[in-house]
Design a protein around this ligand. Structure first.
Ligand code: NAD
Ligand code: IPM
Ligand code: MN
Length: 350
């Protein structure tokens, strides 16, 4: 089993160091082989060499590794974010990782910013379309920098892209015995592109008569997520809306430091990363919360079939929450490394 590890920038490096410790502990517990191969891509590498990711990098990641772990990318020294686009979005696009799977699971009620909400009320998954929408970067700027500037950023919606993410959401619901799937779009205003979402959602839901299919405009969904998150089990939406509502979902779990994500193409090499970014002001200070990253590595283990190790890691995280061995962003007093050490001890002692 070969895992590519790209720590990236800022707190990506801090949290990835803990992920590596946790994965090695899980590996020691199972005795199964696990090679972690660290790759240097990130702002430092880009600024030193001019290379974001080499041209053959995507094919190598796809063909030579079983999975990819990414910490976070984004650095103030690269204001146009070029390296992050090539590395993070590049991996999503070039490996055709069309499912961005972001579970929203509250581990303890004290972490939720809403009143009187328990883990039972905040337990849903978001499927974010991950290969098209506004992220394709189709468009251009005309008369840039003048008062006549025209800036165009197109949103691309294809039948194939919309169909495969909606179908994936229903298949997930079916496989996990879930009763409801909610699709969110903005078809009241975006009457061309999102008419396709409406059409495909109706076509796909017909194949799942036992699953209740509902629709909300994305603005209304944002309100409902705060008002009553318990009504949702599976949400499916486009790339941009999924980005936004999964930060909201992270807040429901205690903050960005708690939220995990998987970028999947079922059956192929997939990529795992926390929902949060590189948080430059926190970098290198031993304060970043490693739990979102660690839970993302549990998704990795589960996806590659190492379910026992995934369960060990998840149980260790649950114990850290119960013991309040957590970083300050979620009410703890511990450092990034101390949380990682606690997780390792739990896995060793399990
Ligand atoms: P961010 O997620 O880095 O930070 C947002 C807020 O959450 C900050 O207050 C930060 O301190 C806090 N936070 C985030 N993760 C945390 C953690 N693990 N522990 C404790 N606190 C945490 O988002 P931003 O500030 O909008 O972006 C910073 C950079 O990261 C930008 O360059 C952005 O493009 C990039 N980014 C990258 C990814 C990714 O690599 N997947 C995701 C989001 C943002
Ligand atoms: C995320 C991030 C990225 C996105 C950025 C860094 C391009 O916010 O993974 O949620 O918008 O997808
Ligand atoms: Mn985001």
């Amino acid at each position: 089993m070969r895992i590519a590890v790209i720590a990236g920038d800022g707190i990506g490096k801090d949290v990835t160091a803990e992920v590596v410790k946790v994965l090695r502990a899980a590996q020691a517990a199972s005795g199964l082989p696990l090679d972690l191969i660290e790759l240097p891509y990130g702002a430092d590498h880009y600024l030193a060499t001019g290379e974001t990711i080499p041209p053959e990098g995507y094919a190598r990641l796809r063909d030579e590794f079983d999975a990819i772990f990414v910490g976070a990318l984004g650095d103030p020294r690269v204001p146009d974010n070029r390296h992050a686009r090539d590395i993070l979005l590049g991996i999503r696009f070039e490996l055709d990782l069309y499912v961005n799977y972001r579970p929203v699971r509250l581990l303890d009620e004290r972490l939720c910013p809403l009143k009187d909400r328990t883990p039972r009320d905040v337990n849903l998954v978001v499927f974010r379309e991950n290969t098209e929408g506004v992220y394709v970067n189709v468009g251009g700027r005309f008369k840039a920098g003048t008062e006549d500037e025209i800036a165009i950023q197109e949103e691309i919606n294809t039948f194939k892209g919309v169909h495969r993410i909606i179908r994936h959401a229903f298949e997930h619901a079916k496989a996990h015995g879930l009763a409801r799937v909610c699709m969110a779009d903005k078809s009241n205003a975006m009457a061309q592109g999102h008419a396709l979402w409406q059409r495909v959602f109706k076509e796909v839901q017909a194949g799942y008569p036992d699953i209740e299919a509902t629709h909300l405009y994305i603005d209304a969904l944002a309100l409902q997520l705060v008002r009553d998150p318990g009504q949702f089990q599976v949400i499916v939406t486009n790339n941009l809306f999924g980005d936004i509502i999964t930060d909201l979902g992270a807040a429901l779990q205690g903050g960005l430091g708690m939220a995990a994500a998987a970028n999947l193409h079922p059956g192929r090499t997939s990529m795992f990363e926390p929902v949060h970014g590189s948080a430059p002001p926190l970098a290198g200070k031993n304060v970043a919360n490693p739990i979102g990253a660690v839970l993302s590595s549990a998704l990795l283990l589960e996806t590659v079939g190492r379910t026992d190790e995934a369960a060990l890691v998840e149980r260790a995280v649950q114990r850290a929450v119960e013991a309040n061995t957590l970083t300050p962003d979620v009410g703890g007093t511990h450092g990034t490394r101390e949380v990682g050490d606690f997780l390792v001890r739990q896995i060793r002692g399990a």
